[in-house]
Design a binder for this molecule. Structure first.
Ligand code: NAD
Length: 489
């Protein structure tokens, strides 16, 4: 086992700032409190960070409000240049940030390196968008007046991010907010504050003015977030996390009629038709299932394989899944890291037990190893019946339930039988069917003969209980802009 990555992680954890980032400087929490950040590969404490109180949240909001007017007046090119410099800085320190991310979140180091690059790319994409905020000018249909339509920043925005992509979920919001001219309060997930604190450092070094970004990790998110949403000076919430919390926050936004973007949970179906390229389908299934140890909103949650190829697909998937090496993500030899915490592992284990008790067969994996860390082995189940909980709930772990289907109609009905609607994957070589099924799927995104859809240049988001709005792509910046129409006499 190479010691290199472990040493890089130790240094990265030691050197990252562990205070609150408010008004451009690092400070302790108002009450002096801290909370522990844990290494999910060992269950041991990595370090402690300042624990923001509701008063600290208010101080961060005040800093964001104070900076808003001058930030909105900053030239778009300058806002873009800050993002461009931040993109370069992230890539220059890619190894360090990847090790930091694996230390606090657990994913294999190769995936953390990938996430740093993915996260940085949001900065580059929105650096390019900052100078393309358009407007409109038109003559009224009756010729009697003219319309001037301008785009303006929404204003101070609250960004709330999850632990599963600790850096990319931050840059996917910070990038467009900076480009649009909004100031921000970022509240990262309590499991992974270090990547967010590292981002604050990078943006400061890139020249972001004081107060534009404020970062307040806290062990008690509810009491910090609710007063901010009810304050009236925050004008927008951008949230990524569970549907349950998203729904709660949507209610809290109603009082001040806030602009809202929600990227919530998923329950992605992965449909393999008998005419599919089976090699490609198995490869795509590995990506769609195992990226981020299965802890992704886009993770394939239910596999539906057409009857003639169902057994071969299941056998090949089980072979590939069973061959993956599980262990601490900092060891480059490992392909599957630990789950985020014991609660996450227990949820996965309970879903597997439930499916088995209803008649499913374990083809590989299926029971958690003894020893430290929150590991769960890659698991494939076949014959998973419709009433199994895992066909309806987000698994958020390395478990692939496969069920055989007989007709396209049946596959589509099963795929859409969920309150979620983030993404679906479809493997077929029949172009007519590919388009027909893509149109009929009730999701915001479809991976057609492809196991990964995420791309900073594409609009990411879901329908139904998977969320509101889109991040990335040309529309990503729209979420942080208001439209003002001036009628010209
Ligand atoms: P979570 O909802 O528990 O937490 C998300 C964020 O909300 C964290 O910052 C947390 O501190 C905060 N939070 C929790 N309770 C809160 C409260 N009462 N008030 C205010 N804030 C509160 O979700 P998680 O476990 O961190 O992340 C996993 C979930 O995120 C999954 O459901 C996953 O599908 C979803 N997710 C969605 C996307 C997407 O783009 N659609 C991307 C990544 C993750």
């Amino acid at each position: 086992m190479s010691e290199g990555e472990f040493e890089t992680a130790r240094t990265a954890v030691e050197s990252v700032s562990k205070g609150l980032f408010v008004g451009g400087s690092w400070r302790d929490a108002e009450a002096g409190g801290t909370f522990a950040v844990e290494d999910p590969a060992t269950g041991k404490t990595l370090c402690s960070v300042a624990d923001a109180t509701p008063a600290d949240g208010m101080a961060a909001l005040a800093a964001a409000v104070a900076a808003q007017a001058s930030w909105a007046a900053t030239a778009p090119r300058e806002r873009g240049e800050i993002l461009r410099r931040a993109h370069a800085l992230l890539l220059a320190r890619r190894e360090e940030f990847a090790a930091l991310m694996t230390a606090e979140m657990g994913k294999p180091i190769a995936e953390s390196l990938g996430e740093v690059a993915y996260a940085a790319e949001f900065f580059r994409w929105f650096a390019e968008e900052a100078v393309r905020i358009g407007g409109d000018h038109a003559v009224a249909p009756d010729g009697g007046s003219r319309f001037l339509v301008m785009r303006q920043p929404v204003g101070p925005s609250l960004l709330v991010t999850p632990w599963n992509f600790p850096m990319a979920m931050g840059t996917r919001k910070i990038g467009p907010a900076v480009a649009a001219g909004c100031t921000m309060v970022l509240k990262p997930a309590e499991q992974t504050p270090l990547s967010a604190l590292a981002l604050a450092d990078v943006l400061r070094e890139a020249g972001l003015p004081d107060g534009v970004l404020n970062v307040v990790p806290t062990s008690a998110p509810g009491p910090l977030v609710e007063p901010l949403l009810r304050d009236g000076r925050i004008r927008k919430l951008s949230f990524t996390g569970s549907t349950e919390v998203g729904r709660l926050l949507l209610g809290q936004c109603a009082g001040q009629v806030l602009r809202v973007s929600l990227e919530l949970g998923g329950n992605a179906p992965f449909i393999v038709f008998a005419d599919a390229d089976l090699d490609a389908a198995v490869e795509g299934a590995m990506l769609a299932k195992m990226r981020n140890i299965g802890e992704a909103c886009t993770a394939a949650n239910r596999f539906y394989a057409e009857a003639p190829i169902a057994e071969e697909f299941t056998r090949r998937l089980a072979e590939r899944m069973g061959g993956l090496t599980v262990g601490p993500g900092l060891d480059p030899a490992n392909q599957v890291g630990p789950l985020i915490d014991e609660a996450g592992r227990q949820k996965v284990a309970a879903l597997v037990d439930d499916a088995v008790s209803r008649g499913a067969t374990i083809r590989t994996g299926g029971s958690a190893p003894a020893g430290p860390g929150y590991f769960y082995p890659p698991t494939v189940l076949s014959g998973v019946p419709a009433d199994a909980r895992m066909r309806h709930e987000e698994i958020f772990g390395p478990v692939a339930p496969v069920t055989a289907f007989d007709t396209e109609e049946q596959a589509l009905a099963w795929a859409n039988d969920t309150e979620y609607g983030l993404v679906a994957y479809v493997y077929t070589r029949d172009l007519d069917r590919a388009l027909r099924v893509s149109e009929a799927l009730e999701t915001g995104m479809v991976g057609l003969n492809r196991g990964v859809v995420s791309n900073p240049a594409a609009p990411f988001g879901g329908v139904k209980h998977s969320g509101l709005g889109r991040e990335g792509g040309k529309v990503g910046i729209e979420e942080f802009l208001e439209t003002k129409y001036v009628a010209l006499g």
